[in-house]
Design a protein around this ligand. Structure first.
Ligand SMILES: Nc1ncnc2c1ncn2[C@@H]1O[C@H](COP(=O)(O)OP(=O)(O)OP(=O)(O)O)[C@@H](O)[C@H]1O
Ligand SMILES: [Mg+2]
Length: 346
């Protein structure tokens, strides 16, 4: 069955890094993963994007042989996760699971210990530990107990531990959730460095921006199913070029402003909780001048209607927006109108 044999830690050839078909995991009544088909090419970063409870971690655990699938198939570099679990385990690493660090040990003690467990000699283990601590900006904290690390440092040492032996496939399950922008950037650099060494990365995230920065392809999952798949560009253009956020001076003008924006942008306009705020998605194929030009035209039209705008921005679609748009496509409004004016009328 296995057509591509790993060369013991090296990069296996031909087979996809991950290939699943109809993968299912059921917890009681809950189909946490409900028939997922994925193909991940070797040497790439593949993003799995989805909200809380979408089934990301469950899918990753099945691929990493930590959970038994209830249906479908999954292969890692051609090896079946059930029938060839040992081989799969030798090829993958999962941050925070296989490489769990000991809170009471220092950074360097943890890495040396894990390196020894992986069969490195004492000198080689220390050398690899130091290398990684340097690379991850943890040299100064090397002799501090991990329980005294900040969240960002903790995340970095977890990743360092998971790549002591360069894995063929690395699962990073929400590696930057809760990190500040600086720590997030450091983790992104680490991921890029890992991929440059030939490792394939499956990255789960709730942030479109993160997937955009790192991933060559993305699957958006919701309720255990893939609802969209493609390159970041394809995904974004399927949703719209960006979002216009407008804050008005006078909340009494919001309904009229909504109508003007909807007409000018040909887009859905949503009311935010703030009574003077509106958001509209700008459709189009990219972020270029097209979207900006149309947004500024719409602004001009607001002014022409005597509507005072205090604040305005044009930004990339957020995951929420991508996600809402994708689910909207699947469930169009029954009466064909846009949601905002149903909201406005209510
Ligand atoms: N061991 C378990 N037993 C029962 N239900 C589970 C178990 N693990 C996960 N679930 C359920 O399966 C669904 C998917 O959970 P999962 O952890 O895969 O989501 P996720 O996409 O990783 O979410 P998050 O972004 O919050 O990490 C959820 O409804 C969750 O409650
Ligand atoms: Mg999860």
């Amino acid at each position: 069955m296995s057509k591509s044999k790993s060369k013991g830690g090296g990069t296996p050839s031909d087979a996809p890094a991950i290939e699943t078909s109809g993968l299912v995991k059921v917890f009681g009544e809950n189909r946490a993963v409900d028939g997922i088909d994925l193909t991940v090419s070797p040497g790439t970063v593949y993003g799995v994007l989805g909200p809380n409870g979408a089934g990301k971690t469950t899918a990753v655990k099945m691929l990493a042989t930590l959970l038994r699938p209830d249906g479908g198939e999954a292969r890692v570099f051609g090896h079946d996760v059930l029938r060839e679990a040992d081989t799969v385990r030798s090829l993958v690493s999962l941050t925070g699971q296989y490489a769990s660090v000991d809170e009471d040990l220092t950074g360097v003690e943890n890495l040396v210990l894990l390196a020894r467990l992986l069969g490195h000699g004492k000198a080689r283990g220390r050398e690899r530990a130091r290398q990684l601590l340097d690379a991850f900006g943890l040299a100064e904290a090397a002799d501090r107990q991990v329980k005294n690390y900040s969240g960002g440092m903790r995340r970095r040492i977890d990743i360092a531990a998971s790549i002591l032996n360069t894995p063929d496939l690395l699962f990073l399950d929400e590696p930057t959730t809760g990190l500040d922008p600086r720590s997030r950037n450091q983790v992104w650099d680490i991921v890029r460095a890992v991929v440059a060494q030939g490792t394939t990365v499956l990255l789960t995230t709730q942030y479109l921006e993160e997937a955009d920065q790192l991933a060559g392809r993305i699957a958006v999952i919701d309720h255990g199913r893939v609802i969209a798949e493609g390159t970041p560009g394809e995904l974004k253009s399927s949703v719209g070029a960006g979002s216009v956020h407008v804050r008005l001076r006078d909340p009494g003008q919001r309904a009229e402003a909504g109508e003007v924006l909807a007409r000018e942008l040909g887009a859905r306009v949503q009311w935010e909780a703030d009574p003077v705020a509106l958001t509209a998605r700008v459709t189009g194929d990219d972020e270029g001048p097209g979207a900006a030009t149309r947004a500024s035209r719409a602004l001009g039209e607001l002014a022409a209607h005597g509507i005072t705008v205090d604040d305005f921005s044009l930004g990339q679609p957020s995951l929420d927006e991508v996600f809402l748009a994708l689910t909207d496509t699947r469930r169009p409004h029954r009466d064909g109108t846009s949601a905002e004016f149903k909201g406005a009328a209510a």
